[in-house]
Design a protein around this ligand. Structure first.
Ligand SMILES: Nc1ncnc2c1ncn2[C@@H]1O[C@H](COP(=O)(O)OP(=O)(O)OP(=O)(O)O)[C@@H](O)[C@H]1O
Length: 344
């Protein structure tokens, strides 16, 4: 835990009865960071959030926030806000009263309350809709009300559980930018859960990739996208050509194949992976027969049958397309590969 750590989970184990959902998870978050918990269904994202909010007691481990141990502190004493994917707005209250709800429970005086609510609505760009009921708002606007309602409580950390998943594709993109702006302007530390890698890459300062209750990789979007460290993460972020490395060679269905120019692969690397866009087409020491070709807007994608097995490659679009059945040379340059240290 560094001096800059604001929220820290240390060896936190979370279980439902005897079944362990999160196993000795450690994570340090700095004040003002926007962190994404990313992973497939069932990997423990929501369970981790529950422990941070105080809705679940860890079986082991410690959680600290702003210098205080909150491991066993009741949820309502933690100053941790939560925005659900379903927003959970009160349908009979207008926008102002929905945002004011928590502050009224705190018995704030009228003027302070008005100022806080107005500030919150201003931050999310809803000052003009204070009298509307939730049913009279779009999905994106409802989402903003839910955000404002949490932010006016001045949380130390705001947790968002799949915050954009109920919005259609266009709104989702708009709300990504909006969420980033609100986070920057408010300076609130945010942790959000998503199973959508593009959302995590677009929004987060750092991404925690989870699998089966463990952290697979923790890094910046660039780290995770360009330098996945395990097969699981490489696969999750769109690497297609993934090979185990044995005896300094690529392991294929037909045996071990040295990588061009034949020198052994150095280091303790367990696997190498190439994105389709990183496969060199038209030259190189390998060759493959085009089995499939499809247009993907910015690029044309090819499936090649080669001595290494199936290879997915792509080329930017204004380029003479290869035909099905063509034999083309290709190369897998080591400098364009992600180096994987775990293959299982
Ligand atoms: N109330 C519960 N009782 C028992 N097991 C549970 C309960 N809630 C979750 N689990 C189990 O704990 C593990 C982690 O679940 P969790 O909901 O944290 O995953 P998740 O990553 O948030 O998934 P999703 O993206 O589907 O919400 C899963 O194996 C799940 O089946």
């Amino acid at each position: 835990m560094s001096d800059l750590t604001y929220l820290s989970l240390k060896d936190v184990t979370l279980a439902y009865g005897k079944s362990v959902a999160v196993d000795r998870l450690s994570l340090d978050i700095t004040r003002g960071e926007l962190i994404a918990l990313l992973g497939p269904s069932g990997c423990g994202k929501t369970t981790t959030m529950r422990a941070i909010t105080g809705l679940m007691r860890p079986a082991a481990g410690r959680i600290t926030l702003d210098g205080a141990d909150i491991t066993y502190l009741p949820a309502n004493k933690r100053q941790v806000g939560l925005v659900f994917q379903s927003y959970a707005l009160f349908p009979h209250l207008n926008v102002f009263e929905n945002v004011a709800f928590g502050l009224r429970l705190k018995r704030l005086d009228g003027k302070t309350l008005d100022t806080r609510v107005d500030g919150g609505l201003d931050l999310v760009g809803l000052s003009h809709l204070t009298n509307r009921k939730p049913a009279e708002l779009s999905g994106g606007q409802q989402q903003r009300v839910a955000l404002a309602r949490s932010l006016v409580m001045d949380p130390k950390v705001l947790l968002l559980d799949e915050p954009l998943s109920n919005l259609d594709a266009r709104l989702r993109l708009e709300m990504r930018t909006e969420l980033q702006r609100v986070q920057r302007e408010s300076g609130v530390t945010m942790v959000f859960v998503t199973h959508d890698q593009s959302e995590a890459l677009a929004l987060a300062d750092r991404i925690v990739v989870m699998k089966d209750g463990y952290i697979e990789q923790l890094g910046t979007p660039e780290d995770v996208y360009d330098r996945p460290s395990t097969r699981f993460v490489a696969d999750f972020v769109g690497f297609e050509n993934i090979f185990a490395v044995e005896n300094g060679k690529l392991k294929t269905a037909d045996g071990e194949v040295p990588l061009n120019p034949g020198a052994p692969i150095e280091g303790t690397v367990k696997g190498l992976a190439w994105r389709p866009s990183k496969v060199t087409l038209g030259s190189g020491s390998f060759s493959g027969i085009v089995k499939g070709s499809s247009f993907a807007g910015h690029a044309r994608e090819y499936l090649l049958d080669s001595a290494l097995g199936p290879i997915k490659a792509e080329q930017p679009v204004p380029h003479d397309a290869y035909a099905i059945g063509d034999r083309i040379a290709f190369d897998l340059a080591p400098e364009h590969a992600a180096r994987l240290n775990r293959m299982e």
